[in-house]
Design a protein around this ligand. Sequence first.
Ligand code: ADP
Ligand code: MG
Length: 312
Amino acid sequence: MSEKILIALGGNAILQPKQEANYENQLNNVHHSTEMIAQIVKKGHRVIITHGNGPQVGNILLQHEEAKDVIPPFPLDVCSAESQGFIGYMIDQALKNTLQRMGLKNQVVSMLTQTQVSKDDVAFQNPTKPIGVFYSEDEAKQLADKKNWVVKEDAGRGWRRVVASPKPESILGSEVIKTLTDANAIVIASGGGGIPVVKNEDGTFQGIEAVIDKDRSGFKLAAEVKADKFMILTDVPNAYINYGKPNEKALGAITLEEAKQYIKEGHFSAGSMAPKMESAIKFAEQGGKSIICSLDQAGLAIEEKAGTIISK
Ligand code: ADP
Ligand code: MG
C-alpha cells in the first residue's frame, strides 16, 4: 500500500561528530541517506524529507563572524536560510542521481521554508542554545551590549552567544508542499526546523534570530501535509528506557500511554531524544504512526520490523 511518509534526517546523516566539516564528507553522508530514501520511494511511497542543521548553521555563523572585518555578518535567520539552501542542494542532487541510477522518475524539489514562531514564546525570555564561536567574558559582554545579544558561559569552555529555540506554530507554504507531494514529487522542506519568522500585526512576516528544533517542525509539517507516517531517522536504532544504564531496554512497538509514561519518568534527554518522543507522541495522537529508528534500519522499520513505533 502506498503511504505518505515524512522522513526527518538527523544531523549525523549529514555530518558525523568526529568528521571534518568539509563539503565532500557531508555530500558522501548525504549519498548514503538518499540510498535508504530511494529504497522507500521504490516501494511506491510518497516521501517528504526534512533535516537538521545544528553544526552547519553554527559553522556558517562562524564564517560570517570570522570575516566580519571584511564583510558585515548576516543575522542568524539568514544563516539558517543559507544552511537550508546548501543542505537542500546536496540532498536534492544526491537523491536525483540515486533515483536516476535506479531507473525511477520521480521529480525532486527542495523548498526554502519559513516556520512561524511566536515572538511571545517563553523560549525568547530564556535563550538556551549556544551557537557560534567562544569569546572571553569581556569580549562577550561588550558584544552583548553592542549587538543586543544574550551571552552565557558554556560549560567551563568560555562565553558564547545563546539563542532561543521557540516552538514552531506553522510551516509556511505547507499547502504547496502537500500539493507537490500528492502529485508524486519528493519534496525537501523545513530544513533545520525552518527559517524562524514572526508575523507582524499588519500580516507581514520578518525573520527572528533563533534555531527551531527540526523534530518539532517535522511533526508540524507531517500533520499539515496529512502524512500517514512520521519517521525520525537518527544514530540510534531505538528510543531506550534507562538509556546508558545496565538495565537499558530498547523500545519496540509501544502505545501512546506507555510513551507518555516513559516521558514522565524522565527517560529521554532534553536536547536530543525528548523532542523526538514528544513530536512522535503528538503525531500518533492525531492518528498517524510515528517511527524512531536508525538510518540503516529505515527499510525494516517501515515494515514495522525495527525501530520504536508509536501509534494510538
Ligand atoms: P539527531 O541529529 O538525529 O537529531 P540527536 O543527537 O539530537 O540526533 O538525538 C539522538 C541521540 O539521543 C542519541 O545519539 C542518544 O545519544 C541520545 N539519547 C538520549 N536519550 C536517549 C534515549 N532514552 N534513547 C535513545 N537515545 C537517547
Ligand atoms: Mg537533534
